[in-house]
Design a protein around this ligand. Structure first.
Ligand SMILES: NC(=O)c1ccc[n+]([C@@H]2O[C@H](COP(=O)([O-])OP(=O)(O)OC[C@H]3O[C@@H](n4cnc5c(N)ncnc54)[C@H](O)[C@@H]3O)[C@@H](O)[C@H]2O)c1
Length: 253
């Protein structure tokens, strides 16, 4: 690839947290980055931290679980930045509850954002990857894929992301496209802050309790995940596909 060509990456849920750190990191790797989130205005901070450092980025408002919005968002990215060939399916929500109290609406919301969202986004972007004979898909799984109390919906979605990833790797490999999943443990973001609030703990206390259970004795930061995503989306990772990398400060299986 010549130095005048710049690969275009899409990061969903890029307005904050792991997605924002990933967007900034991929821009530092020389990618043009489309930051997709529910509200375009909420993407401003991430976009400005990229453009302020001399990079190219746009914010796009879209709900990844809405088919028409996804198609329109990907078309806009192709038009304004160029054909996207890197996709990070990061958008996510929690609707935690014990099974007997979990509503069908909360089940559907979580499955729709994570799984349907990743499906719709990947289906919309794959044509650009196939045409370019190059693509990198990274899906956000979670240590909760192994099972987690109060997260029947979320753990099912995050285990589903792993099967989805492996199937993408098998179907798209012959087009130069790799697909991998990262499965973070405890990462300090608004999502884990909300979990602390739900269980009635201060966020500092919640983090300290989590860190005590983690072999490296600290909680994770969004950059810990962004670093791994930078590897999987890199030119050098073309023979690594269908893998799930736990990023949890210790072994999980
Ligand atoms: N924080 C953790 O400890 C942790 C651990 C494992 C996995 N993850 C996963 O990492 C990803 C990012 O998590 P985070 O902690 O940064 O969360 P976060 O809540 O801080 O950010 C999630 C972002 O996704 C966006 N989003 C939600 N629904 C959307 C939709 N339908 N369409 C578009 N955007 C949408 C939100 O607006 C938000 O900006 C999620 O998939 C999450 O499940 C997080």
């Amino acid at each position: 690839m010549s130095t005048t060509e710049q690969r275009v990456a899409i990061v969903t849920g890029g307005a904050r947290g792991i997605g924002a750190a990933t967007a900034v990191r991929l821009a530092a790797e020389g990618r043009a980055v489309a930051v997709i989130d529910l509200d375009e205005a909420a993407c401003k901070e991430t976009v400005e931290s990229i453009t302020g450092a001399g990079g190219r980025a746009i914010g796009v408002g879209a709900d990844v679980s809405d088919e028409a919005q996804v198609v329109a968002a990907v078309a806009r990215v192709a038009e304004e930045l160029g054909a996207p060939t890197i996709l990070v399916n990061n958008a996510g929500v929690l609707r935690d509850n014990l099974l007997f109290k979990m509503s069908a609406a909360d089940w559907d919301t979580v499955l729709n954002v994570h799984l349907r969202g990743a499906f719709l986004m990947t289906r919309a972007v794959q044509k650009h990857m196939v045409d370019a004979k190059f693509g990198r898909v990274v899906n956000l799984s979670s240590s909760s894929a192994l099972g987690n109390r109060g997260q029947a919906n979320y753990s099912a979605a995050k285990a589903g992301m792993q099967g989805f990833t492996k199937t993408l790797a098998i179907e798209l490999g012959k087009f130069g496209v790799t697909a991998n999943a990262v499965a973070p443990g405890f990462i300090v973001t608004d999502m884990t802050a909300a979990t602390a609030a739900r269980v009635g703990m201060g966020f500092e206390e919640f983090q300290a309790a989590a860190a005590g259970q983690i072999p490296v004795q600290r909680v994770g930061r969004p950059e810990d995940v962004a670093n791994a995503i930078a590897f999987f989306t890199g030119e050098a990772a073309g023979f690594v596909s269908g893998q799930v990398l736990y990023i949890a400060g210790g072994p999980l299986d």
